[in-house]
Structure formats: structure tokens, C-alpha cells
Design a protein around this ligand. Structure first.
Ligand SMILES: Cc1ncc(COP(=O)(O)O)c(C=O)c1O
Length: 363
């Protein structure tokens, strides 16, 4: 132990992020419903692009990501010059904190907000400010009340993880309009594609100088294992973020697979439709068994139990059957389990087992 070699302020405040569990000892057909992954995986076109990229492993990748940014721009109707790509949207969140928040600055997020906002705030040496939600939903008034002259960033996941709830564009615009002038609103759209007709905040980020949007290929695109995300916002902010981005942050395989994936919107529409249908079925099936949830707009359901003990017992019960869901006590929701909407057999299996658990039965 060397007392003279010390990390930067904030680093030791970071609680290590725990990913969703993926194995259960002794169970071979475990079903992972703990990380909000697309149960159907990526489009075939994305998989083919990934395989083709194997022939270019000896070449350095593009540094400006021009081709992927053009594809994203074409599909979403956005200016490619206002897009930045990163190693998951995590990396974009990291760039934002690194570039815009430091010691004495504050970064605001909501009570049940995504854990990486707090982690990257600490890593930047800034101060996290956690704001209450109203009925597990973003509360714009509470956020505005928490802002002051030290506020630099405000992160809102919309839809939010792990609650699954979202607020409307008019509320987001009211939030942007009410922020102190040095603060930026970041709308995290990791689950935006699951909401029919919602642009993830793209139009606001096009029009307003203090709004930025993040997106990911990890959820509906089924590419969580490959790590690709992107951000979109005012050109001046993109210029700043590109200064902290490593020149080769994304590999050729990441870039070309994501490009094929974003251009295959038929696959995305199919995945969205399946998710909408199965999510409604699962929420209703659980409600019938005495397990309520808020109306989810994402690819998971936040199932509410009577107590922390009951949620923990149900988690253990499911695990014994090889069903892995997510405890969310770390998100301030100890009496809840977050359950990813899987394929139809997984949804039926998890609903059946929760029914057995509620009936006090053995598996
Ligand atoms: C709200 C939210 N934002 C961002 C992310 C980060 O996703 P990725 O880094 O895989 O793009 C996640 C992942 O779970 C998330 O739930």
C-alpha cells in the first residue's frame, strides 16, 4: 500500500457496476431476462456484416466513422456532422461527464435513473445530485428545483431504466427551457426504438442548443455484446466530445455491423411489434397473479412485490428454475424485480413460475 499514490477525487466513491447475471449453477437451460437484451438478437444483415469484417482485421478502422454516421443520419433524418459514435452509449455518457463536469460541478439525474450517470459523475470528480421521481416517473418540477449555478448536466433516460416509464416531449421541452443557462439536458434514448412514433428527443436536440440525445445498438438492435452507441446534438458539443474520443474507439467490425443493422429497419419494426405484444401479455399475466407493474414503454417490466423479502424470495424461486431476472435494490427499488420481455416461451415460463410462487407452491 502506497499512501502517496492516490486516485483522483471521486474515484473511490464509485460502487462497482454489477451486470445482469447470466448463469445459474447446475442449470443448463437458464433463460437470461436480466439485461434488457433483444431475445431475437441482431438482424441477419448485421451478422453477415460482422462475418465479412473478419477479412479486414489487420487494417486500422475509420477514425471519423463517416459511413456509420451517414447511415444513422439517412435512417433518422439527421445531419451526420452532428453525430458521434462510441463504445456503447456508456462511452458517450462518459465523454459528456468528462468534457462538461468537474470538481465543484453538479450532475443531476433521477432517483431511479441509470447507474452509469452516477459512476461517470464521480469519475469526473463532479457531484451527483439525485432527484426524487413521482410514482416512479421523471418529475420535471423536482429536477428544475434541484438545479443551480453549479449544474452542468441533467440526465433523463426516456423511457427510463429500470422503471420503464417515460414523459412526453412537451415535458422534456419544458425541462430544457427551465434549465440554468450553463446546463445541458441529455435525453438518453437507449429504449427509444421500443416506442412507436417517438424520435428519442431527436427533434429537440436538433432545435435546442442545450439538448443532447444518446442512443444505443445494445437493446432493440440486439448488439449488446459488440458495444456500439451514438450521440446527437449541437455541432459545438459534438466538436468538444470528439476531442476526448480516442481516434480508434470503434473497430471495423463494430462500425460495419452497426451500419448494416441500422439500415435494416424491417427487423427493428418486427422486434418492436413482438416486444409490444409480449410486454402487454406479460404485464397482464403478472397482474392477474397479484404482481402489478407500471405501464412500461421499454423491453422490460418492473414487477412490484409486497416487500423486499417477497421480491428476494421470488428471485430465488425463479433462479432455481433457471430464470434469471434482475434485483433492483441498487436502484432504490428493493421490492421490485425487473424482468426483460423475452421470446414467447420465456414470457410464458416466467409468468407461470411467478404464479406458482404467489400461490405458495413449489416448482
Ligand atoms: C438507460 C440506459 N442508458 C444507457 C445504457 C447503456 O447502454 P450501452 O452502453 O450498452 O449502449 C443502458 C444499458 O442498460 C441503459 O439502460
Amino acid at each position: 500500500m502506497n499512501d502517496h499514490i492516490r486516485p483522483q477525487p471521486g474515484i473511490m466513491e464509485i460502487a462497482l457496476y454489477e451486470g445482469g447475471q447470466s448463469h445459474v449453477a447446475g442449470v443448463t437451460d437458464a433463460v437470461k431476462l436480466s439485461s434488457n437484451e433483444n431475445p431475437f438478437g441482431p438482424s441477419d444483415k448485421a451478422k453477415e456484416a460482422f462475418t465479412r469484417a473478419a477479412h479486414k482485421l489487420h487494417r486500422y478502422p475509420s477514425t471519423d466513422h463517416a459511413s456509420l454516421r451517414q447511415a444513422i443520419g439517412d435512417v433518422h433524418g439527421l445531419d451526420p456532422a452532428r453525430i458521434i459514435c462510441g463504445v456503447g452509449s456508456d462511452e458517450i455518457i462518459n465523454f459528456l461527464c468528462q468534457a462538461y463536469a468537474g470538481p465543484k460541478d453538479e450532475v443531476v439525474f433521477t432517483e431511479h435513473g441509470f447507474l452509469m450517470y452516477r459512476i461517470y459523475t464521480h469519475a469526473a470528480g463532479a457531484t451527483p445530485v439525485c432527484v426524487p421521481e413521482r410514482e416512479r416517473t421523471t418529475d420535471v418540477d423536482a429536477i428544475l428545483k434541484a438545479c443551480n449555478k453549479r449544474t452542468k448536466l441533467v440526465f433523463i433516460a426516456n423511457p427510463n431504466n429500470p422503471t420503464g416509464t417515460m414523459i412526453g416531449l412537451a415535458e422534456l421541452e419544458r425541462l430544457a427551457a427551465g434549465l440554468p443557462k450553463q446546463a445541458m439536458l441529455v435525453i438518453d434514448g437507449a429504449y427509444a426504438e421500443y416506442v412507436e412514433g417517438y424520435d428519442g428527443g431527436a427533434e429537440l436536440a436538433t432545435r435546442l442548443p442545450n439538448v443532447f440525445m444518446t442512443r444505443t445498438f445494445s437493446k432493440i438492435y440486439g448488439l449488446g455484446g459488440l458495444r456500439i452507441g451514438w450521440g446527437y446534438g449541437p455541432k459545438a458539443i459534438i466538436d468538444v466530445l470528439n476531442r476526448v474520443r480516442g481516434p480508434f474507439n470503434l473497430s471495423t467490425a463494430q462500425l460495419e455491423t452497426a451500419e448494416a443493422a441500422v439500415r435494416d429497419q424491417d427487423w427493428i419494426a418486427r422486434c418492436r411489434d413482438d416486444n409490444t405484444r409480449l410486454r402487454a401479455w406479460l404485464a397482464e399475466a403478472l397482474a392477474e397473479k397479484g404482481v402489478p407493474s407500471d405501464t412500461s414503454t421499454a423491453n422490460f417490466i418492473l414487477a412490484r412485490f409486497g416487500s423486499e423479502e417477497e421480491a428476494a424470495a421470488c428471485d430465488e424461486f425463479l433462479k432455481k428454475d433457471g430464470l434469471i431476472v434482475r434485483r433492483v435494490a441498487g436502484y432504490g427499488l428493493p421490492n421490485c424485480l425487473r424482468i426483460t420481455v423475452g421470446d414467447e416461451p420465456s414470457c410464458r415460463r416466467v409468468a407461470h413460475m411467478i404464479g406458482l410462487f404467489k400461490a405458495g407452491g413449489a416448482a
